[in-house]
Design a protein around this ligand. Structure first.
Ligand code: ADP
Ligand code: ZN
Ligand code: ZN
Length: 736
């Protein structure tokens, strides 16, 4: 028997040793099934130790070896081991999160077999002799099929009747072959990589950037700072074209809600290569196939959200992060990695360029531009004939208001709508109203598990907690005084829709938020209503803000910004500024002049003033100098310890103990400069019945934070509790 060391997906920062029969062959990176307590678990082999601390009589043998080869290539293996180290996450969890679910469940890595076909000799003859001349569809299909490889899968878009006819006539036959992976180049056959007719003629700034990247070799992080509508996507497409021509593959990461059908169509229309889109509608087999296709070099482009970063490639040549500032690139549970930061690491170690595109760079990336880590590229004019929008602020204090809409805004909407244009309204709150209260005594109907008001949903006749997703029936009476006089206060998108349908009965409304798009395919359907002009008034939460291109929208309004102006999170202003610019970017994207309106009770707020009069970059400069003054990121690094549990007192005591332990480590002089903030209540002090406390540690040097965490890791197992969960968030994005 020999020893093997296995990483298991358990929240412990250590490995587990097992016995393996001598004759069994296994390599690092392969999956094994092992006994764990009285369970079986799937683990990844990480080492072959010669000795172990486990007493011999306690060592157990491996149950099964699943792979003869590693599932991880060297590149991804070093990325994941580095990441597990940096984020202080158990390697077992990290490795498995990089695998498709099917592989985590122990499925085989063989491609799920599907049927293969081939054109028969008779079929080739039929085509040559024009036998099918009167069956146009069959003729066309057969002509298409002979262009494919000798053996092919049934194309997804083909007429079922024509297919059946060809099969029945014996022109096409099913063949029994083991799966043969075909590279994307082989699949392309004689077709060109890029459909030239769709290519736009670049403007001067765009072409400078494309040629800059063309002549670049090796690693480089390019911050492509281009105003909304400046043609960043066109730049991506033309850079990708050149990478593909070198026979290399491309990874494109987009925000969670940025996977717009429109963007995907643009990629598909431009290239004839195999593109895999990792969207949330894929089932587990499709995900596994997509993963294998990229690894084997069968697909040329992979487009996906955060976790697509862990896709393995045969020959990766370029990474693109679209909307690099977007906070959805940060994983918010489990091991909390930042996909942008890891993508940069990956590009650096692979020696390839990475493009970070955005109209509103994160302050972190701007700072990296200043200190020379990123190369800044600018696109500061709108592409084509589009012009910048006119902006104005409506002071709500001076206006009559109908369900959150000022008279002035309603008048503007009317004038835009009557000219045949579309109008878009943003309100970051779904439901009808955020609060239901008693008019007699002020009692608020709240979720006990979160101690926050329920949101009133009129259409589905229910109260919902937006923090824990629990539901409650709408009470008839006040829970305190028994009065039946219950009223709502505040406004959500549902109410906005109702009010607007009364004001503008002659126009159609499309609402896009978490409720209206919950059903599969409904987002696509709503977007189509907007594209086709079927609806003229568009209401949405920030889901609607990103990436969409609606040429007929001429007026965009942000219904209320006031809550973001007074947030306790130091990133709130940056987020608001980014949202404002994104939203404003939806107006006037084509030939028509756009107008952007913002409603607030605080028109003189310095943030709004600098943003509106001087623009995002000038806002960002001011925000950066403020951060510097206060020693906040990016001028320092942070780590957030959060403890949650059902017993409030236990959670506080636990975190106090942990704080004391850390404080003890940093008493000696070499540990100067640490700031410990807490334990304090998390901004969301209770959620789904769990009390939440947190401790933030900050230091100007990232390296020292890492050293402190390494020290902490040594004693970390002392802080394992059954009734308390501890999470450690490195470079936290969300302090809520
Ligand atoms: P971004 O990604 O920066 O928001 P897009 O690439 O979506 O911008 O471009 C915005 C619009 O401008 C699109 O309709 C696009 O077709 C058009 N466009 C981009 N580049 C050019 C160009 N060089 N000439 C004409 N139109 C362009
Ligand atoms: Zn009451
Ligand atoms: Zn709740």
């Amino acid at each position: 028997m020999k020893l093997i060391r296995v990483a298991l997906p358990v929240p412990l920062a250590r490995y587990f040793d097992y016995l393996l029969p001598e004759e069994c062959l296994v390599v690092k990176g392969a999956r094994v099934i092992v006994p764990f307590g009285n369970q079986r678990k799937l683990g990844i082999v990480v080492d072959f130790p010669t000795e172990t601390e486990v007493p011999t009589h306690k060592l157990k043998p491996v149950i099964e070896v699943l792979d003869t080869q590693s599932l991880f290539d060297n590149e991804i293996w070093s990325l994941l081991t580095w990441a597990a180290n940096y984020y202080h996450a158990p390697l077992g969890e990290v490795l498995q999160s990089a695998l498709p679910i099917k592989l985590r469940q122990g499925d085989s890595t063989e491609r799920t077999t599907c049927d293969y076909f081939s054109v028969t000799e008779q079929g080739h003859n039929a085509l040559a002799n024009g036998v099918l001349i009167r069956a146009k569809k069959q003729q066309a299909l057969l002509a298409e099929l002979v262009q494919l490889a000798k053996v092919f899968e049934k194309p997804t878009a083909c007429s079922p009747t024509a297919w059946k006819a060809l099969m029945d006539k014996g022109l096409l036959e099913k063949v029994d072959v083991p799966f043969i992976a075909q590279s994307w180049q082989q699949r392309l056959a004689d077709k060109p990589i890029c459909n030239q007719q769709n290519r736009l003629v670049l403007n001067k700034q765009q072409s400078l950037i494309v040629s800059r990247l063309h002549f670049h070799q090796g690693y480089g992080a390019f911050l492509l700072n281009g105003v909304t509508g400046s043609g960043k996507t066109e730049v991506y497409l033309q850079v990708i074209d050149e990478v593909l021509k070198r026979g290399e593959q491309v990874l494109v990461l987009v925000p969670e809600i940025g996977l717009t059908p429109q963007t995907i169509q643009r990629f598909q229309a431009r290239f004839n290569v195999e593109i895999d889109v990792l969207h949330s509608n894929l089932n587990d087999s499709q995900r596994l196939n997509a993963w294998l296709r990229a690894k084997n070099g069968e697909s040329a482009i992979v487009i996906g959200t955060r976790s697509a970063l862990f896709t393995q490639f045969d020959r990766l040549g370029l990474i693109i992060i679209d909307e690099e500032h977007d906070s959805s690139f940060k994983q918010q549970d489990g091991w909390r990695y930042h996909a942008r930061d890891l993508a940069i690491w990956r590009a650096k170690h692979k020696g390839i360029p990475i493009i970070l595109g955005t109209a509103t760079p994160s302050l972190e990336s701007l700072q990296n531009g200043k200190n020379g880590k990123f190369i800044e590229l600018q696109l500061n004019a709108r592409a084509g004939n589009a012009q910048f929008s006119r902006q104005q602020v409506i002071d709500l204090k001076t206006q009559r208001i109908y369900a959150g809409l000022s008279e002035r805004l309603l008048a503007m909407m009317k004038s835009h709508l009557e000219k045949g244009n579309q109008v878009m309204l943003f309100l970051n709150r779904r439901g009808f109203a955020p609060v239901l209260l008693c008019h007699e005594c002020g009692w608020i109907c709240q979720c006990e598990a979160c101690e926050k008001p329920y949101t009133y949903h009129q259409k589905s006749r229910v109260l919902r907690c937006h923090h824990c997703a629990s539901q409650h029936i709408i009470p008839r009476q006040c829970g305190h005084c028994g009065s039946t006089h219950l009223i709502t206060t505040g406004i959500g998108t549902e109410q906005l829709e109702q009010t607007l349908s009364q004001h503008f009965p002659q126009f159609n409304i499309t609402r896009i938020d978490g409720d209206s798009t919950a059903r599969k395919g409904s987002l696509e359907q709503h977007l189509a209503e907007i594209q086709s002009g079927k609806s003229q008034i568009l209401i949405g939460t920030q889901m609607l803000a990103k990436g969409h291109h609606f040429p007929n929208v001429t007026l965009v309004a942000i219904v209320n910004v006031d809550s973001s102006l007074f947030s306790t999170d130091f990133r709130a202003e940056e987020r608001l500024a980014q949202l404002y610019i994104q939203v404003a970017g939806r107006a006037g994207r084509a030939e028509k002049q756009g107008e952007v309106v913002l409603q607030t009770h605080y028109p003189d707020h310095p943030l709004l003033k600098s943003l509106l009069t001087e623009g995002y970059l000038s806002f960002a400069e001011q925000a950066l100098s403020m951060r510097k003054l206060m020693g906040l990121p990016p001028f320092s690094a942070q780590v957030l310890f959060r403890a949650t549990g059902r017993d409030n007192e236990k959670v506080v005591n636990f975190l106090q103990e942990l704080t004391a332990c850390l404080q003890q480590i940093i008493t000696t002089p070499q540990w100067q400069g640490f700031q410990l903030l807490g334990p304090i209540n998390a901004p969301m002090a209770k959620k789904a019945g769990h009390f939440r406390w947190q401790l933030i540690i900050q230091h100007a040097e990232r390296g020292l934070i890492q050293q402190l965490l390494n020290q902490f890791d040594i004693v970390r197992e002392q802080f394992l509790r059954n009734d308390i969960r501890l999470s450690v968030d490195i470079d936290p994005q969300d302090l809520g």
